[in-house]
Design a protein around this ligand. Sequence first.
Ligand code: ATR
Length: 302
Amino acid sequence: MAKDGRDVEKMQQIDGRTRLCGLIGNPVEHTMSPVIHNTLAKMEGRNLAYVPFLVEKDQVRKAVEGAFALDVLGLNVTVPYKSEVMEYLVGIDGMAEKIGAVNTLVRTEHGYKGYNTDLMGLYRAMCSEGIRIEGEEILILGAGGAARAAVFLCVSKGAAKVYILNRTVEKAQAVAEEANRIFGTECVEAMPIDGYQRLPEGKKYLAVQATSVGLFPNVEEAAILDRAFYERVHTGFDLVYRPSSTKFMRMVKDAGGKAYHGLKMLLYQGIAAYELWNSVSVSEEDALMVYGRMKEAMGIEE
Ligand code: ATR
């Protein structure tokens, strides 16, 4: 029961006016997105249902066109289709275009427009934890899709310096060059994964863990296992949320820093998509109630 008496347990009624939203990706069975959107819909008394759709790799165009034909209000897009789906849209938001990835499709008159709410989600999650970007020196681990969103966010929000550390340094260089070019800056620098050894000792950084290392079931792995790295970190933000305590987070904490997992980023990317689909603004109180539901679904107690 919500504080104001709304009953979030009430059964959802599907009827002739129910609007449908969903997720396309492969795989989709472990997604938390239905928890986010169906909880929000119930809390708001909105006649909306959200379901995952498993889409095979040569079916993405048909899935998008079929969803439009079926009057689907909006879709989320997950791995591995965040770039490919851009070909099948009638418009793409400027930031999503820059990132080169779309995770949210919003229905317009003639087709879907693509957005990237991962970036907004990460920003809102960081703000909600009191993490500053503006004027900060930031280490990003990884140079894949998730890392790109983190780099673009940090540059667009005024970071003083962004170091991209990646196992394949060429990929880090490509992302750094692109971010510098797009935002007209020189603040992004690429490094090999052990490049932190060149950073001045004693200085502390915000570190964003954006590699795929440490994901369940590889819970004892981290892209960097050297304690000397973690001694340079005052705050560690892992984009991974399964498990909710990663090796990266544990190493940050052991070295005296604060550490966060990626579940709030997932929450807020969902909230941002819901807001786009329904032209509403979700209050922080409601967002945190949804977060409670997500934690319950994941068996997280803190
Ligand atoms: P995502 O979309 O989740 O970002 P991705 O694009 O496949 O996934 O990127 C995965 C990231 O994790 C890359 O930065 C990758 O490093 P490489 O560019 O060198 O491949 C990084 N990564 C994956 N396995 C790794 C490992 N064992 N050690 C270090 N980095 C790793």
